[in-house]
Design a protein around this ligand. Sequence first.
Ligand SMILES: Nc1nc2c(ncn2[C@@H]2O[C@H](COP(=O)(O)OP(=O)(O)OP(=O)(O)O)[C@@H](O)[C@H]2O)c(=O)[nH]1
Ligand SMILES: [Mg+2]
Length: 290
Amino acid sequence: MNRVYQIAKLLTLIENGEEFDVSDMLMSKDQPFVIGLTGAPGTGKSTLISKLVKQLSKQKKKVAVIANDPTSKISKGSLLGDRIRMDELWNLDNVYIRSVPSRGRKGGLNYFVVEMIYAFHKFGYSNIFVETTGVGQDEVEIADIADLVINVSVPYLGDEIQSIKAGLNEVTDIYVINKIDLGSFDAYAKYLYLAVKKNAWGWDPKIVGVSAIKNKNVDLLIKTIQDYVPVYKKKLNQTIIKRFRFMITSRIEHIIDTKVEKTDMNELLQHYIKSKSLNETVKKLITGIE
Ligand SMILES: Nc1nc2c(ncn2[C@@H]2O[C@H](COP(=O)(O)OP(=O)(O)OP(=O)(O)O)[C@@H](O)[C@H]2O)c(=O)[nH]1
Ligand SMILES: [Mg+2]
């Protein structure tokens, strides 16, 4: 079986909730470098990833992309969008792109994204981009699994506030202002600059203006990402704990969500009416015990 087929199969098993043992990799000094991209829908995350990956693959690096697709109605078109935006990557043999459903999970990430990251790492793809669905306000979760968080926004599209709200600025390492081909971004950069929070690891978050579509300043962004490498190495222990916590909590969520999906709610309601206790009802749901 060739390796591309093997990894595809492994990712499918993981996506279906099968166990994939990452314990050895989690404890190893050799860790994947995970770059998380978040930002409102349409800011150009996929287009930007495509340009970054193209450049990195020229340096003979094996690069993977995990694009989390929303299942929400708001941005239904994303699955196709992500694929089209990254179409120039499909024929590069050191690049692997995988779209995974986020199933409406709060943080816009699939339950098993950490296991997927390590699956890629196992196959030698150690630079991994994770694109979140870019909806909702819980995108800070990306910081629990990524070594580096890139927050992509566009001036004058009304998402300026989004890029600095909901604690996202607490976890952003690089602010990318995209679509600078559409006009000046100076005023917006100044505005962002005021919002930037100093990082506890001796890194001041950077602001980089780019035009993904015109490939402008993409190399500057790559240089900024590379400057960040010593910083992420300092906090590896903490990152591993965070990834472990993500695996645990999202597996619990998966178990509960699956139970809820399979439960006859009318029957459960009758149980609640009888027991008059939500705690008891939840216990019944989880254990099946009356
Ligand atoms: N003018 C201009 N348009 C861009 C640029 N980058 C992306 N776009 C366009 O913006 C639109 C959205 O780009 P995507 O890359 O799909 O954005 P996204 O953030 O991945 O969107 P979602 O996955 O839906 O959240 C597309 O029409 C792109 O062609 C840019 O630098 N300049
Ligand atoms: Mg996208």
